[in-house]
Design a binder for this molecule. Structure first.
Ligand SMILES: Nc1ncnc2c1ncn2[C@@H]1O[C@H](COP(=O)(O)OP(=O)(O)OP(=O)(O)O)[C@@H](O)[C@H]1O
Length: 271
């Protein structure tokens, strides 16, 4: 499939809604010992309320940089990112993160870690205990309330991270390979859990992954980036029915076709 044919498949979604996240002609340039590095080159992307967007692309194409700019941790060289209409120029309200490695407080229990999210959300302290109970049930960690992170498996720690993120109640979730360090089986289970929770709450998610199957199984739309400097070379709307179960989707003929198309799009600039 040609690059143009792939781009021709782009279908706009939810055109009438005000975007949660708007990336406008964004370029990001780093100046290091090796000279100037253009990490992102004039990227434009819109994420609508409640939309689940996955971003795939070769290593070093600027995926994490995009999330860092969206979170106010790195500056734009030109262009900008807006969250709920406001240009990001520092950590914006309403944005939550989850990374490949959990960032739990090692000296705090599961409950205490989730409480951090409750505090950030501004929830009244008198309501924390009930909310934490609810979230622990939601991520299926009943019985582990008073465990410390060191006593949990990688998948369980990521469940706590997810619960903490949910406690914060952001409008947009920036997820940078959140299940990338997990074994295959746990990764599939976590994807299913994320979908179950997202389908109940419908917040916007930007989900970076190297795993094309994971992107297709989870997202409404998969954005494909070029090798550095990162540009968008294709967008694929994933028109698979919801609710989805990532365990069974892999046998679906359309699922396989989406994966093949995205593989082809990724190869555009690699020939
Ligand atoms: N602080 C920095 N200083 C200099 N160069 C940087 C900095 N941060 C990122 N880069 C460069 O910018 C480019 C994009 O990096 P980034 O981490 O965003 O890529 P990525 O797509 O997330 O990669 P991966 O998939 O391997 O995680 C890379 O070439 C990287 O070396």
């Amino acid at each position: 499939m040609t690059g143009q044919a792939t781009l021709d498949r782009v279908v706009a979604t939810h055109p009438a809604a005000a975007p949660t996240l708007q990336v406008d002609d964004l370029s990001v340039v780093f100046h290091g010992a090796a000279g100037q590095v253009i990490a992102i080159d004039r990227m434009t992307l819109t994420v609508q309320p409640g939309e689940f967007v996955a971003i795939v692309g070769p290593s070093g194409c600027g995926k994490s940089t995009l999330l860092r700019v969206a979170s106010g941790l790195a500056p734009a060289h030109s262009g900008n990112i807006r969250v709920n209409g406001a240009v990001v120029d520092g950590p914006p309200p309403g944005v939550g993160f989850m990374f490949q490695r959990d960032t739990l407080l090692p000296w705090a229990t599961v409950r205490q870690n989730i409480a951090v999210g409750c505090e950030l959300s501004g929830l009244a302290p008198s309501k924390h205990a009930a909310r934490i109970d609810e979230l622990i049930d939601l991520v299926h960690l009943q019985g582990f309330h008073h465990h410390y992170p060191a006593a949990l498996s990688g998948g369980m720690r990521q469940r706590v991270s997810l619960a903490r993120l949910l406690a914060y109640e952001p409008d947009v979730y920036l997820m940078d390979e959140p299940f990338g360090a997990l074994d295959y089986q746990t990764k599939i289970v976590m994807g299913r859990e994320l979908l179950r929770i997202w389908e109940a709450h419908r917040k916007s998610i930007v989900f970076v992954t190297h795993d094309i199957e994971e992107a297709v199984a989870l997202a409404d739309r998969v954005v494909v980036m070029s090798p550095r400097p990162g540009r968008i070379v294709a967008e694929h709307v994933i028109d698979l029915p919801r609710p989805r179960d990532p365990r069974t989707l892999r046998g679906d003929v359309r699922f396989g076709a989406y994966c093949r198309d995205i593989w082809a799009a990724l190869a555009i600039d690699e020939r």
